[in-house]
Design a binder for this molecule. Structure first.
Ligand code: T5A
Ligand code: NA
Length: 208
């Protein structure tokens, strides 16, 4: 019997919806359930490109053309694409904290940025088997620790981004309310991932 591939699972959502918290817990739970799993995070701030992105995000004075920063976010995924494919083919389920959809949604919510142009840079990257969109009301988002620290963390940008996420959704997306407790949200997500991993194990990995 051939080796079963892992599932490519992406968590998306507005800022502070709990993506990173949930991704870490999911990898832990999957591994303790004998499902080999690894975490990937975008932006991956550890690479050379990631360091430029980090400077841009954390320093509101840092000036970069909107198309240039879009391409950096995209390049940061491309520099990890082969590694992703290898891990998936070797049977590892990848839990990915943000992906191309964040790239498209955040960039195209800026004035003068065309959504079709933003999508083009992502074409050919591995296509997620499941996208879990975490949603959180404005009031709760503002209450979560750290909101407002980085560029883009304002209500206007966040509501535009959420609208674009809904436009991008296809039948591989599921919307999950992120307002319950960390453990409750975790359980909801884990059940969906265990199921999709079974469903896709013998299928080919797609591309965007
Ligand atoms: N971006 C990203 C682009 O423009 N283009 C791209 O291509 C990509 C990939 C940084 C920015 O970059 C933009 C989008 C972003 O604006 P990031 O590094 O993912 O992206 O952002 P972070 O600031 O690290 O993370 P977020 O703001 O998105 O937060 P998370 O990961 O959603 O939330 P998390 O888990 O850190 O939780 C936030 C706080 O809430 C608490 C946590 O303990 C934490 O303190 N919390 C809860 N509290 C109560 N109940 C719950 N259920 C809770 N869950 C978490
Ligand atoms: Na995060």
């Amino acid at each position: 019997m051939s080796l079963k591939r892992g599932a490519l699972v992406v968590l998306e959502g507005v800022d502070r919806s709990g993506k990173s918290t949930q991704c870490r817990k999911l990898v832990e739970s999957l591994n303790s359930n004998q499902i080999k799993s690894e975490l990937m995070v975008f932006p991956d701030r550890t690479t050379l490109i990631g360091k430029m992105i980090n400077t841009y995000l954390s320093n509101k004075e840092c000036d970069l053309h909107d198309k240039a920063i879009h391409l950096l976010f995209s390049a940061n995924r491309w520099e990890n694409a082969e590694k992703m494919k290898e891990l998936l083919q070797s049977g590892v389920t990848l839990i990915v904290d943000r992906y191309s959809y964040s790239g498209i949604a955040y960039s195209s919510s800026k004035p003068g940025m065309d959504i079709e142009w933003c999508k083009t840079q992502e074409l050919g990257l591995p296509k997620p088997d499941l996208v879990l969109l975490l949603t959180l009301g404005k009031e709760q988002m503002n209450k979560r620790p750290g909101f407002g620290d980085e560029r883009y963390e304002n209500d206007d940008m966040q509501s535009k981004v959420l609208n674009i996420f809904h436009q991008l959704a296809d039948n591989t997306w599921e919307v999950v309310d992120a307002s319950p407790s960390i453990d409750e949200v975790h359980k909801t997500l884990l059940d969906k991932i265990i199921k999709v991993r079974e469903d896709v194990a013998e299928t080919n990995l797609g591309t965007l």
